[in-house]
Every structure is written in structure tokens, then in C-alpha cells.
Design a binder for this molecule. Structure first.
Ligand SMILES: [Zn+2]
Length: 330
């Protein structure tokens, strides 16, 4: 289990009056008489999130400590809860998960817990008409909404509502997050517009980027489907090799949470037809970057992806991203 150590800059803002500050104070309370302890604020609610993206957003909104069950490199489609995860969930006061069938192996556990405590599927706050569907499973939505900052606003609002209900004041964090979302959206539009039009095709390991494609008018092609559970077929590989060759696409992208085995087959297939394709970089698809790094935050992961995609496909973007923070610790 990956314990979040709080990579967000919010930790710096946690004064003694904040939830985090109160929590730190409580560590020293054991020695106080009961009456004195009772007079102090009670312990803040324990917040547990499934994905890093949700945990980072909840930290930004609450200023509090939030445990993320799925750390860097974890594939949420296939990840099974460990005994430690079950324990963390059973001790939580608020559970924030994505829903939309993303954490497929958590369904039973979360349904059970929802009868006992606050369990919120934050991705399901996106209005139904804004959701894309999974072409492989009728009636199932595409869960990868965090790649469109405008859609992530709905998830953030659902997180804020849950946290407000538990006594947090999310207004300052929400204002800051809203500014981040505006900045990311503006940066994405400016940077991606510099990529020559014929190169605006994103080829990745699995179909995680459909919302990105819709938001920016790009064609997106994943070797695997929406979920990573299915194996990529040979027919799919050869179809994508043809696309790379005929459209002269210079780069494809590996993902931090998915094996790049099939990607190598793609590159070799194109090479056999005389077209050289580079790995344009690693994208953070379903998990964020290392804890404690800028890429280990939701805005950082989006900034990294936009910057990596733009630069690899012939566009112009600053090497260190929209705010010069890529590659730096928070
Ligand atoms: Zn995915």
C-alpha cells in the first residue's frame, strides 16, 4: 500500500489552526488530563482516497492529510485492494473513490462500506451527457475524466462537498484549484496548437486519452481498450502500424502504469516498413508521478503530459512546462 506523505504544497500552509495543524497537536495530547483533552478540538476526520489524483485534489481542498491507496505506477483497472487497504478503508471517516468502473476490483468492498460511512464516487459527479462511453462495453462510461480539466471540476466539486460536510473549509483551496484549472486549460490550448496539424494523433498504450482528444480535437489511439484488462490483439497492432506509417507519425507514448511491451511491437512493425517512430516520452495516464514531485500532483501530471506530447510531436512548449516546475520537487 502506498501511504501518501503529502506531496502537495498545501502542507506548507498548515498552521496550528488548520486541520493538519490540529492533527499534529493531537500527537502530544496523550499526556494531558482527560478534561483538558476533551476541551481541545477532536481529531479531524480520516480521509482515504483510491487514486492519487483524487487524494491530491482532496489535499488541495482541505489542507489535510489524505491517504492514497494507489501510488505511482499503479494501474487502477486491475489493482486489487490489499489487506492494508481494507484496514485503511475501514478506519476512514470519508472514502473518496473514482467510480465509473475505474477501480473494478473495489466494487464489493466499497458497496459494503457505503452502508456504514461516507463513500463518494467523485467521478460520477460529471453530468451523464458529458461522459464518453466505452466502445467495448455497452452502457459503461469511459472513466478517464481527469485528462479534461473542465470535467475534473465536477469531481473536485464533489470532493469539496464531502469535505465541507465533514467540517472542512474548502473555499480557499477551491479558489486556488480553480485558478490552476484555468491555467492548465489555457496552457494546453496554446501548447497543443503549435503541433503541426497532421501530427495531432496521440498513440498510447491504452485508451486513456479520449477526453483529452475530445477537448482538443485530437485523434487518440490506444493499443489496448479503455480498461487494461484485455490483451492487445495482433490485428490492432498492425492497424496502428499502418496508421503510423501512412500518417508519418513521429512518436508514440508509453504510460507509467501500463506495460510498454505492445508499444515495442508497434515501433518494430513501423521500422519493418521503413518508418522510424520514437518513444515520445512517458505519460502519466492512470497514476501520477513520484510522491513529493510536481509530477506527483494532479496539475503536475497534466502539465507533464501536455508538455511531453507537444514537444515530441513537433510543437513548441517550455522544457520545464507551463510554470517551470517539471522535474522539480515541490
Ligand atoms: Zn485507464
Amino acid at each position: 500500500m502506498a501511504q501518501a506523505t503529502d506531496p502537495s504544497p498545501f502542507r506548507l500552509h498548515a498552521g496550528p489552526g488548520s486541520a493538519l495543524g490540529r492533527r499534529a497537536l493531537l500527537g502530544g495530547l496523550a499526556a494531558l488530563p482527560f478534561a483538558a483533552r476533551a476541551a481541545m478540538a477532536s481529531a479531524p476526520p480520516v480521509i482515504v482516497a483510491t487514486t492519487g489524483m483524487i487524494a491530491d485534489t482532496a489535499r488541495r481542498l482541505s489542507g489535510a492529510e489524505v491517504t492514497a491507496l494507489m501510488g505511482p505506477g499503479i494501474d487502477p483497472h486491475s489493482y486489487r485492494p490489499t489487506r492494508g487497504d481494507i484496514l485503511a478503508l475501514s478506519r476512514a471517516d470519508i472514502i473518496l473513490h473514482h467510480g465509473l468502473h475505474l477501480e473494478a476490483q473495489f466494487t464489493g468492498v466499497l458497496a459494503d462500506l457505503a452502508t456504514k460511512k461516507t463513500v463518494v464516487a467523485v467521478g460520477e459527479a460529471v453530468p451523464e451527457q458529458d461522459l464518453l462511453s466505452d466502445p467495448e462495453y455497452t452502457g459503461r462510461p469511459d472513466p478517464h475524466i481527469w485528462f479534461d480539466p473542465a470535467l475534473w471540476r465536477h469531481a473536485a466539486a464533489a470532493i469539496a462537498t464531502a469535505l465541507d460536510g465533514a467540517g472542512f473549509d474548502t473555499a480557499p483551496g477551491a479558489a486556488a484549484l480553480s485558478q490552476d484549472i484555468d491555467a492548465l486549460d489555457a496552457y494546453a490550448r496554446t501548447a497543443l496548437a503549435t503541433v503541426p496539424e497532421p501530427a495531432r494523433i496521440l498513440v498510447t498504450a491504452h485508451d486513456a486519452f479520449a477526453y483529452f482528444g475530445r477537448a482538443h480535437g485530437w485523434q487518440v489511439e490506444g493499443i489496448q481498450g479503455i480498461s487494461t484488462e484485455s490483451e492487445a490483439g495482433l490485428a490492432r497492432i498492425s492497424q496502428l502500424v499502418d496508421l503510423l506509417v501512412t500518417r508519418a507519425i513521429p512518436a508514440v507514448f508509453v504510460e507509467s502504469s501500463v506495460s510498454d511491451r505492445a508499444m515495442q511491437a508497434l515501433i518494430e512493425g513501423a521500422a519493418a516498413q521503413g518508418h522510424s517512430v520514437a518513444i515520445g516520452g512517458e505519460l502519466f495516464s492512470d497514476a501520477m508521478g513520484p510522491e513529493g514531485s510536481y509530477e506527483g500532483t494532479w496539475p503536475g501530471m497534466i502539465d507533464h503530459n501536455i508538455t511531453t506530447i507537444t514537444r515530441a510531436l513537433g510543437g513548441t512548449a517550455p522544457e520545464r512546462g507551463m510554470a517551470g516546475k517539471l522535474g522539480a520537487a515541490t
